[in-house]
Write a protein that binds this ligand. Structure first.
Ligand SMILES: Cc1ncc(COP(=O)(O)O)c(C=O)c1O
Length: 400
């Protein structure tokens, strides 16, 4: 190091810079824009969840809790999982509580993947995946998701998927429902991915944080872990944030057989060791109370309306909208109407945030090959109806 020169970020992070969410949220604040960029609700989740955490702060635990997670939350997660899958998992041996799904994903990658291994990612991907692969010293292989010309749904090509698997593949990361496309992977698609996992003896790391947020009864969320032969090789990650509107608590979890759990815990114990006990007890209340279940139903109904409203509003200003089947995001293509005014998605989103005063995310940040996303824009509809109405009013000015 030359004396006096600034310290440099380690090489492994150099390609990633600041996350696009932080940048767009900063811009949104600077321009007083309505933030349809980063995916967090502009309202808090049910107050009984906060109340349960407050009680736990009064009564304890306020010291470090068990590294694998507070037994009450592990129990609540296992009970919910068992109800959904008909299985009978061991809460202490097969559930790990993490600092959000983000830490669960990083710990899984660090704890299970060796330098030189290959990891299959679908592109576009949630931005932390690429950095997690780099942290593990692994090599990513990309499978593009592209909009089907007739259905408008994002799909992958079977030959491209097959070609991404090699004898070095250790893990495939499957995010369903999928951010940013809103795709819900079908049973057939998951079965194909699962069969490749079996064939190549690799792990399926499934990010299911939007598991409850689906909008089409004909296209329900399917858990990879429940497909024949997949339980032994699947680690399923989810979190409190999206389902109960407590994103800032960063309570996430990973469910999987003991050997995969041992991998994630090997890293988790040295990253955070454990997660705040009182917040874990708040999360346990969310999962175990009938009020919690009703709140999820209400939230899905609210988001289904928000989805319709925002998709219609975006179409009315000339965007080609890919109606999502899940998550709380919608992707749209601006090229047909605005392609001649804006060079790419970053220019379009800067204009939206700075001039129209509605912040959105430029999806090229979710691609290894940014040109695939340069005509796209992602909006979040996890907002109050009045926020979406105000955003739609502002967006209309784009046409003038
Ligand atoms: C696909 C996906 N995975 C993980 C996360 C992070 O979840 P958490 O806030 O629980 O860390 C997000 C948040 O936006 C996400 O969209």
């Amino acid at each position: 190091m030359t004396p006096g020169a600034a310290w440099r970020v380690a090489d492994r992070f150099a390609p990633f810079g600041a996350t696009i969410f932080a940048e767009m949220t900063r811009l949104a604040i600077e321009h007083d824009a309505i933030n349809l960029g980063q995916g967090f609700p502009d309202f808090d989740g049910p107050s009984f969840i906060g109340g349960a955490a407050r009680e736990a702060i009064e009564a304890g635990p306020n010291q470090y809790v068990r590294t694998g997670g507070h037994p009450k939350l592990a129990e609540a997660i296992a009970t919910f999982w068992n109800q959904q899958t008909g299985e009978s998992i061991d809460p202490l041996g097969e559930v790990t509580i993490n600092s959000g799904a983000t830490e669960a994903l990083a710990a899984a990658m660090l704890g299970l993947v060796n330098p030189g291994d290959e990891v299959v990612l679908f592109e576009p991907f949630y931005d932390s995946y690429r950095a997690c692969v780099a942290m593990a010293g692994a090599t990513p292989r990309f499978v593009p998701l592209r909009p089907d010309a007739t259905t408008g749904k994002f799909v992958f090509d079977e030959a491209e998927l097959r070609a991404a698997f090699t004898d070095r593949t250790k893990l495939v990361l499957v995010n369903t429902p999928h951010n940013p496309t809103g795709k819900v992977f079908t049973r057939d698609e998951l079965t194909l991915i699962g069969s490749l996992c079996e064939q190549h003896h690799c792990i399926a790391l499934c990010d299911e944080v939007y598991e409850r947020l689906t909008f089409d009864d004909a296209l329900p969320h399917v858990r990879m872990a429940t497909l024949p032969g997949m339980r032994e090789r699947t680690l399923t990650i989810s979190s409190l944030g999206k389902t109960y509107s407590y994103t800032g608590w960063k309570i996430g979890w990973a469910i999987g057989p003991e050997d995969l759990t041992a991998g994630i815990r090997a890293a988790h114990q040295f990253i955070v060791f454990s997660v705040p006990g009182a917040l874990q007890l708040g999360a346990a209340a969310a999962l175990t109370s009938p009020e919690g279940e009703q709140s999820v139903r209400d939230l899905v109904a609210q988001y289904a309306e928000g989805r319709e409203f925002l998709c219609d509003a975006l179409e009315s200003i000339g965007l080609d909208v890919f109606r999502p089947d899940g998550t709380y995001f919608v992707m749209a293509d601006f090229a047909r109407t605005f392609g001649d005014r804006f060079e790419d998605d970053v220019a379009f989103c800067r204009h939206l945030t700075g001039e129209v005063k509605v912040a959105a995310i430029p999806p090229s940040a979710f691609y290894e090959h940014p040109e695939m996303g340069r005509h796209l824009v992602r909006f979040a509809f996890c907002k109050r109806p009045e926020t979406l109405r105000a955003a739609a009013d502002r967006l209309r000015s784009l046409r003038s």
